[in-house]
Design a protein around this ligand. Structure first.
Ligand code: HEC
Length: 172
C-alpha cells in the first residue's frame, strides 16, 4: 500500500518534469516578439507618390478589342506574302489546335468541341467583313475571352490575312 503511493508520487513528479518545460516554452512563445508587431508599411498606410503627368505604360497591359476595329471594312495591312506567312505562324500558335491546318475545324483539340470549330473557309466566315472577322476570331462564338487577351494587337490583322487564304485555297 505504502509502496504503491510512493510509486504514484514518483510517476507524478516525472510527468511534471516532462510537461513543465513544454508549458514554459509555450508561455515564452506567446509573450515573445510577434512577427505581426514589427515596423512595416501596411496596406493603405502611405499615399502613393503622384505620377508625373506624362506617365504612360510602355509595355504589357491588355488592350481589349474595340467595336471601332470591328467596324473597319478592310484590313489595314496589305496581303503581302510576308504578312501572310507571319499570319500563318501566329495561326499555328493560337488557332491550329482547334481549327486545324486546313481551317476546317479538324484540329486535335477542336475534335472535342460540339459543334466543331467553325470551318474558316465557310460562307459564315467569308461573308464577314475584315473587321467583323477580326472581332469574331477573338471574341466570337465558341471562344473564351482568354483568346482576346492572348493574341497581341500587332498579330491580329496578320491572322485575318491568313484566315482569308483558306477559302481562296479551297476554291482552287
Ligand atoms: C479552343 C479552341 C479554339 C481556338 C484556340 C480557336 N477557336 Fe475559333 N472557334 C472555336 C469554336 C468552338 C467556334 C464556334 C463553333 C460554333 O459554335 O459553331 C469557333 C469559331 C470561330 C469563328 C467564327 C466565330 C463567329 O462568331 O461566327 C472564327 C472566325 C474563328 N473561330 C477563328 C479563329 C481564329 C482565327 C483563331 C486563332 C486566333 C481561333 N478561332 C482559335 C474554337 C477555337
Amino acid at each position: 500500500m505504502e509502496e504503491g503511493r510512493k510509486g504514484g508520487w514518483q510517476r507524478l513528479a516525472r510527468t511534471a518534469m516532462m510537461v513543465l518545460p513544454c508549458l514554459c516554452a509555450l508561455a515564452c512563445a506567446s509573450c515573445g516578439p510577434h512577427m505581426t508587431q514589427q515596423p512595416s508599411v501596411q496596406p493603405y498606410d502611405r499615399k502613393l507618390p503622384p505620377m508625373p503627368a506624362s506617365t504612360v505604360p510602355t509595355t504589357g497591359g491588355i488592350r481589349a478589342l474595340t467595336i471601332q476595329q470591328s467596324k473597319l471594312t478592310t484590313n489595314p495591312l496589305p496581303a503581302t506574302s510576308l504578312n501572310i506567312r507571319n499570319g500563318e505562324i501566329y495561326y499555328g500558335y493560337y488557332c491550329l489546335m482547334c481549327h486545324g491546318a486546313k481551317g476546317d475545324g479538324d484540329g486535335a483539340v477542336g475534335e472535342s468541341f460540339v459543334p466543331k470549330p467553325t470551318d474558316l473557309a465557310s460562307s459564315r466566315v467569308t461573308g464577314l467583313t475584315d473587321g467583323r472577322l477580326y472581332y469574331a476570331m477573338l471574341n466570337g462564338v465558341g471562344h473564351s475571352p482568354v483568346l482576346e487577351e492572348t493574341v497581341a494587337p500587332d498579330q491580329r490583322w496578320l491572322l485575318v490575312l491568313y484566315v482569308r487564304t483558306f477559302a481562296e485555297r479551297r476554291a482552287r
